[in-house]
Design a protein around this ligand. Structure first.
Ligand code: ATP
Ligand code: MG
Length: 430
């Protein structure tokens, strides 16, 4: 199995604020050296093992699967079953990511940023395969395994900005269509991989007594799923966060009102909703400020009829920030398409940094995607208002992961409506 050399050190900023992945099974903080009795791997998994694992059948992860063990604290038996399931299927998911990266043209996978990601997957797979599956018969072993999962989750927290930078550096070797196809598939699959590990970590934290310094999920949580998630609360906190970014960047904070049914609760994964709402509000706030519009952004929350797993909720975000130019509308779901700072650019668009076939309306001083990345020291960090054009495609990937949808309607020179639909999950018997 080959590793790829020349890996550059990625920055350490996580993109998504995720569930607390710091835990302690015995009172200390998790680190490789604390995995007593665990021998870290010295060799990489063989090529044919990766091929075999990647070829294994994998069921799509559903919200129902995530809550199947019921409300924590789980019995020792259920916690061990969850650990064994994760030990069996996480290697399959990691192997598939490795296979997908290896199928990229060599010139792309040997880029320092992309090879960093590739090598992280190899290291994580080696680490998890080195943990003997048969040893997951006691809480002590389960705790060590969870500690390993925590490390793996933390190792991969910076994947998106690193991949984005790598693909930008490789523009010219790929087309926007090919890059978007790879990224879309890869980043969607990554949602499931992370979730599988985070779900077990969350169940562990709520089932095994933790010292007071460790933050454990609230009573309404089943792992990563909050069975009483109140979207209005997340919208309010994201609006305050995005408002702060606007104050810093523009010295202005648009108004936002929530109407419809703000008291609705439904079962969902808060970090997913938080990611989506932050990205959609960043777009709406930026458009409102740049259009100099005094009109508040209106967020409407509505429950769809039927049980949560059939109906769920709809959130509409309406702004009067001028809408999206018809020429741009066909590109907004491409990874890396952005009009930030007066440019219109995308990966794979050559050295000019402008999309082929798109009238370049960038005023003097507009910058290409790499320039935007460099300007904001990694524009995908959560504290930038816009940057590399990952907000919409990533939000749609999150929304669709559990059968929801994300749709954008623009009235050019007026404003934009974004419809987010999410399905919950039935809680009968829980
Ligand atoms: N509410 C909106 N009003 C006007 N234009 C929008 C709106 N939402 C999205 N857009 C357009 O779609 C483009 C792509 O949006 P997207 O969120 O994917 O990327 P970005 O905001 O440029 O960067 P990022 O979200 O990665 O920080 C934006 O650059 C902007 O031109
Ligand atoms: Mg955005």
């Amino acid at each position: 199995m080959y590793r790829i050399a020349a890996a550059a050190k990625p920055s350490q900023r996580p993109l998504v604020r995720c569930v607390s992945t710091t835990f302690n099974s015995h009172g200390g903080t998790g680190s490789a050296s604390s995995l007593e009795g665990y021998t870290p791997p010295t060799t990489s998994p063989a090529n044919d093992m990766i091929a075999q694992l990647a070829a294994k059948h994998l069921d799509r992860l559903s919200l129902k699967d995530l809550i199947r063990f019921g409300r924590p604290p789980l019995s020792t038996q259920s916690l061990l079953t969850s650990a064994r399931f994760t030990r069996e299927y996480l290697p399959v998911r990691l192997s598939r990511r490795i296979r997908a990266l290896r199928n990229l043209p060599y010139i792309i996978v040997s880029n320092p940023n992309i090879s960093t990601i590739y090598n992280n997957y190899i290291d994580s797979l080696s680490a998890i395969l080195a943990f003997p599956a048969g040893s997951l018969t006691s809480l002590t072993e389960e705790s060590k395994f969870t500690e390993l999962l925590t490390e793996i989750v933390n190792t991969h927290s910076n994947t998106i900005p690193t991949l984005a930078k790598g693909f930008l550096e490789c523009r010219g070797y790929t087309t926007p269509g090919e890059a978007t196809k790879f990224l879309d598939h890869h980043l969607r699959a990554r949602i499931g991989t992370r979730l599988m590990a985070e779900q077990h970590i969350g169940l562990h934290l709520a089932s095994v007594p933790q010292p007071p310094t460790v933050s454990v999920p609230g009573k309404s949580y089943i792992g990563t799923v909050d069975t009483e998630l109140r979207p209005a609360e997340i919208i309010e906190s994201c609006a305050s966060f995005v408002g702060d970014i606007c104050e810093l960047r523009y010295g202005a904070r648009p108004k936002l009102t929530i109407d419809g049914n703000p008291d609705i609760t439904f079962p969902y994964i808060p970090v997913h909703l938080e990611y989506i709402i932050t990205e959609l509000l960043k777009n709406a706030f930026r458009a409102t400020i740049e259009a100099n519009s005094p009109v508040p952004i209106i967020v409407t929350i509505a429950a769809a009829p039927g049980p949560p797993d059939a109906g769920g909720i709809t959130i509409r975000i309406r702004d009067q920030g001028g809408g999206i130019a018809p020429d741009d509308l066909g590109h907004i779901w491409s990874y890396s398409f952005s009009t930030f700072n007066g440019s219109r650019s995308s990966i794979g668009s050559g050295n000019s940094g402008h999309l082929e076939g798109v009238d370049d309306g960038a005023p003097d001083g507009g910058m290409d995607a790499m320039g935007r990345f460099t300007e904001s020291a990694g524009a995908l960090e959560p504290s930038s208002i816009a940057g590399l054009g990952y907000g919409l495609p990533m939000s749609r990937a999150y929304a669709q992961y559990f059968g929801g949808s994300l749709k954008v309607q623009s009235a050019y020179e007026w404003g934009t409506d974004v419809y987010l639909r999410l399905k919950g999950v039935g809680l009968d018997g829980l």
